[in-house]
Design a protein. Structure first.
Lengths: 196, 208
């Protein structure tokens, strides 16, 4: 494994290795919640926030609990529990201390547990053997990349409302085609930085 | 509901209620594994196994699970089966396990399994749930293979790694890359929707 600068990973996670456009992660909410810009921005922020902290938590859990005990194969269960627990905890803390934020994010928080991007980032972190700083950069970058994608999508969808679309293609169909076109545009970034 | 015949369950899972193009769920892992037909097949088999056994287990213990923690219980059951799949692949098909990378683990967050456990296994006897799991998984696998077939044929000129198109064929690199997956899935959804819409129209005419 070549030592990669965390900053490099951060930008790569946003542009060249975008969670949606190159790994297809987090598609469910990407397709169904991308109708308005403010809502998708809210969801994006919530995802970035959760992604940052669960990546830290899962890194610590994996390297300081599972590896010393030789229980690496339990990582799926541990990661998903830690994500679910964190989301629950976050919901309670935010409700108590930041009511404004709670009303802004409220409905999205429970949705995040089943967002595959969160579990995906944790699994990528283990497979690519990132160090702590690299994992952190990867988590934050992936969150921002995801937000960028969903907000851009919402913007395009708003313009699309008045367009005439073939009947069978309405809804998810056209969303997928637009995603394809956006992914094509993001392929253009791939010369800048590459991580594997 | 409990009287669903085996045929009905399969028809529902594969066509009427197909998880991908009718409900548009579980597509994260669909797309990632479709660059080669072999990957899709393994991914599909893993999903069929996990869905069927998770539904069976959920159905068996459905009467003993307190309602408010059932989600957590379901996630844990699913995780256990996914771990079995992962360990099996690592032991017998190490290259496969490497090629699929994190996507095997991501079967856990595949909404299809949760969705079927919640919608079907909670209220139906074990055997029916087991069959429902196989049917939904099969519906998913068929779509996966269709997409993989198109992508592999156009992208590499091969089917299951066997060359079918001659030297005159220029590989469409875009099909191997991510955008290709989105376009192919969109077309598959489009075709399937058009067909079902026609069927519905016919039924309407017939009933009126």
């Amino acid at each position: 494994m070549i030592e990669l600068n965390p900053l490099l990973i951060f930008f790569a996670a946003i542009f060249t290795n975008n969670m949606i456009f190159s790994y297809f992660l987090g598609m469910c909410s990407f397709i169904s919640v991308s109708n308005e810009i403010p809502t998708s921005l809210g969801l994006g922020q919530a995802v970035t926030f959760v992604l940052t902290f669960t990546t830290i938590a899962n890194y610590l859990l994996y390297h300081y609990v599972l590896v010393p005990l030789g229980l690496e194969y339990l990582r799926f269960i541990i990661f998903i529990i830690s994500i679910a627990a964190f989301v629950q905890l976050l919901e309670m803390v935010v409700e108590k201390y930041f009511p404004n934020l709670y009303y802004a994010l409220g409905i999205f928080l429970p949705l995040i547990t089943v967002n595959c991007a969160i579990l995906g980032v944790s699994l990528f972190m283990v497979i690519r053997q990132y160090t702590f700083l690299q994992s952190l950069a990867f988590g934050v970058g992936s969150g921002i990349g995801w937000t960028l994608a969903i907000v851009a999508m919402a913007g395009i969808k708003q313009r699309l409302k008045r367009a005439i679309i073939p009947k069978g293609l309405e809804g998810p169909g056209i969303t997928l085609i637009i995603t394809g076109l956006m992914a094509l545009a993001f392929v253009g970034f791939s010369g800048i930085v590459q991580i594997q | 509901m409990a009287k669903d015949s085996v045929k009905d369950i399969f028809k529902m899972g594969i066509w009427d209620d197909n998880p991908i193009f009718r409900q548009i769920i579980g597509i994260c892992s669909t797309l990632a594994a479709t660059n080669l037909m072999k990957n899709s097949l393994i991914m599909g088999l893993g999903l069929i196994f996990t869905t069927a056994f998770s539904e069976l287990t959920v159905s068996i213990i459905r009467k003993f699970t307190p309602k408010h923690i059932r989600m957590m219980v379901q996630v844990l059951i699913i995780s256990v089966y996914v771990i079995i799949v992962d360990i099996f692949l690592q032991a017998y098909y190490p290259e496969m396990s490497k090629a699929l990378g994190p996507y095997v683990g991501l079967i856990i967050t595949n909404c299809i399994i949760m969705g079927r456990c919640e919608a079907y296994a909670q209220n139906n006897p074990p055997l029916h749930s087991f069959l429902d799991g196989i049917a939904s998984g099969a519906g998913y696998t068929i779509i996966l293979l269709t997409i993989a077939f198109i992508r592999e044929l156009l992208g590499f000129g091969t089917v299951f790694g066997v060359k079918v198109l001659g030297d005159w064929w220029t590989n469409w690199t875009i099909m191997v890359m991510a955008p290709g997956a989105f376009f192919v899935l969109a077309v598959v959804v489009w075709v399937a929707r058009s067909i079902t819409m026609k069927e519905e129209k016919k039924e309407e005419v017939a009933t009126s």
